[in-house]
Each structure stands twice: as structure tokens, then as C-alpha cells.
Design a protein around this ligand. Structure first.
Ligand SMILES: [Zn+2]
Length: 324
């Protein structure tokens, strides 16, 4: 049984709800974001200000004002550069606070109400809890499977990747990012994958070596692509299990690196997600570059031969160069 410290409680509160200060305009001013205009709507007011993230995102200060905060929801949005989030994100960004500290800062201003976020933990039924013993059914991936995907045995071992000998599927563990506790796994075949147990909480963790810290991390969608990256000697690879990367996942990355290469899939969902992550996280002090897919039809890192994959990583570029 894990004990819960007061800090944990704050972390949980902060992660699961979005506090909105009772005086949004006053709180903005204490964050050095001066309200320049107000637009009153039926049941809420939009407070307009110069966008505090504009310079980091576009290289230019906002002269318009393009930034607006809703008095009821506390949600903010810059209609020019796309910087957006919940009020607690603005507090974190402006004051350089952790999530829990930002929550406490808002609590001290007086909370108007809290709004649930998209990040409610998916409920796990007790009977679905699994233990390490469940992995005893599986074995290290055999040579032919490694060869077929250009993976190295050491890279699989480093990420705890296993093999289901019965149906010849890959077993990709999903673990608690803080304790390493096994939550479940993703089982992957050629045109098949499923998560076990059903509803396992992927959005609150990452696939990869969660003990890793370093200068440059690489974020991919598919766990096997992260194993491929490590097999090529690329350190700090993580996978988000899909094109949607949650706030919790980005926070896990941000504390582990000083710069991030975004290598989501080379398709519409991946590109849209990367643009959104850039707009959201660049102003929060995380420099990002994009994996270089220019001139390749490859959908992801797993689709490329070794040389192409290495040069896509080495040629990672800032987003604005892509549009030229
Ligand atoms: Zn802006």
C-alpha cells in the first residue's frame, strides 16, 4: 500500500482539476499580462491582452492584442500564434512554477471554481490490476523478429520489450512513470495491436526508459519506433502510443531533457499534433525541432532504412523551415 504525502495530494489535485481564479483580470495583472480591453459576452467576459508567448513563438512581440482569457473558464488563447491553455498553464509559464505550485498560487488568489480537464484518470477495476508475474509468459524477442524490424536485442532489453511466442506478437510494457509499477502492455503484431488490460492508462505515461535524463529527447508515436531509434544509437527516445500527446506526457518529457525532437508520424494527425505541441510548449521553455521527413514518403521512423532514419534525426529542423 502506497502512502500519500501532502505533496502527492497537491500533485493529484493539480493534475485532475483546473482552478480558475475568482478575479481573472487581477490575476492576469499579477502575472504581468495587462488587460487592455474587455469584451463582455452573455455570461462571461473575454480579457484581451498582448500575447506573452508571441516573441518565443514568432520572434516578434504581439502589438495587437491577440491574446484573450475567458473570465469563466479561465481558458486562454492567442488567435495569432496559437498559444493556448488553461489558466493554471499560464501561471506555470509566467512564474516558472511546477503544477502543484501554480495550483497553490491560484488557490491563494481565491478560486472561483474548478473545471475538470481531459486528463481524468481512466478507471482501473481492481481485478484488472496486474503484476510483474504476468510477464513471465513472454520471452526475449527472437533473432528473426529483431531482424525483420531492424531492432537490437540490447535495445529491447533496455526498454523491457518482450515477445509472445504463442502468437508471435511484441509485448511493450506500460509502466507508472514514477514508480515503474507495471500497468499493462501493448501487444503488437503486423496488422494487429491491443492494449492489455483494456483501458490501461497510456496517456499518463510514456514508453521508453523513464530513468533517462539528457539533453535531447526524441518523441515518437509507436513504441517499436523508440526501440528502433535506440537500436540506431539514438538516445532518449520515448513513445506516446499515438498522435495525441497529453499534457501529462509532455510534462514527463520536459523534466527529462533540455530540447526535444518531435518525431510523430508523417501524416495529417502527426503533423497537426506537432504544430499544436510546438505552439503550446515552445513558450513554456521547451525548445523543439521536427524530425526531417522532407523528401521521404516514409510514414514513421520504422519505415526508413538505417541511413535515412539517422539522417532524418540529424537533420531535425525548426518548424518554420518546413513551410518553405
Ligand atoms: Zn501569441
Amino acid at each position: 500500500m502506497k502512502t500519500t504525502s501532502p505533496t502527492d495530494v497537491w500533485e493529484q489535485l493539480a493534475a485532475y482539476s483546473n482552478p480558475v481564479p475568482s478575479d481573472v483580470a487581477g490575476a492576469m495583472s499579477r502575472l504581468d499580462v495587462e488587460v487592455l480591453r474587455e469584451l463582455s459576452g452573455e455570461d462571461a467576459t473575454e480579457f484581451l491582452a498582448r500575447c506573452p508567448a508571441h516573441r518565443a513563438l514568432t520572434g516578434k512581440a504581439d502589438r495587437r492584442p491577440s491574446f484573450s482569457v475567458n473570465s469563466r473558464s479561465g481558458l486562454f488563447h492567442c488567435f495569432s500564434c496559437g498559444y493556448a491553455g488553461a489558466f493554471i498553464d499560464l501561471v506555470e509559464d509566467r512564474l516558472g512554477l511546477s503544477r502543484a505550485e501554480a495550483f497553490q498560487w491560484i488557490a491563494r488568489q481565491g478560486i472561483y471554481r474548478t473545471r475538470d480537464t481531459e486528463e481524468q484518470p481512466e478507471r482501473k477495476k481492481p481485478e484488472e490490476r496486474i503484476t510483474e508475474a504476468a510477464l513471465a509468459l513472454f520471452e526475449p524477442p527472437p533473432a528473426h523478429a529483431l531482424d525483420s524490424r531492424g531492432l537490437k536485442a540490447e535495445a529491447c532489453a533496455a526498454f523491457g520489450v518482450l515477445w509472445h511466442p504463442g502468437n508471435r506478437h511484441w509485448i511493450l510494457p506500460i509502466r507508472d512513470p514514477n514508480t515503474g509499477e507495471l500497468w499493462g502492455w501493448q501487444e503488437k503484431g503486423n496488422r494487429y495491436f491491443r492494449n492489455y488490460p483494456q483501458g490501461v492508462t497510456k496517456s499518463r505515461t510514456l514508453f521508453g526508459n523513464l530513468a533517462w535524463k539528457g539533453s535531447t529527447a526524441l518523441l515518437l508515436e509507436s513504441p517499436l519506433d523508440a526501440v528502433r531509434a535506440l537500436s540506431l544509437g539514438i538516445d532518449g527516445a520515448f513513445a506516446s502510443f499515438g498522435a495525441h500527446v497529453s499534457e501529462a506526457q509532455m510534462r514527463l518529457i520536459k523534466v527529462r531533457c533540455s530540447t526535444l525532437v518531435l518525431g510523430l508520424d508523417n501524416d495529417t494527425a502527426g503533423r497537426t499534433s506537432q504544430d499544436r505541441l510546438y505552439a503550446r510548449w515552445r513558450p513554456r521553455g521547451l525548445p523543439m525541432r521536427f524530425l526531417d521527413y522532407r523528401g521521404t514518403p516514409a510514414k514513421d521512423l520504422g519505415d526508413m532504412d538505417d541511413d535515412a532514419a539517422r539522417s532524418a534525426y540529424a537533420g531535425a529542423h525548426y518548424p518554420w523551415r518546413r513551410r518553405r
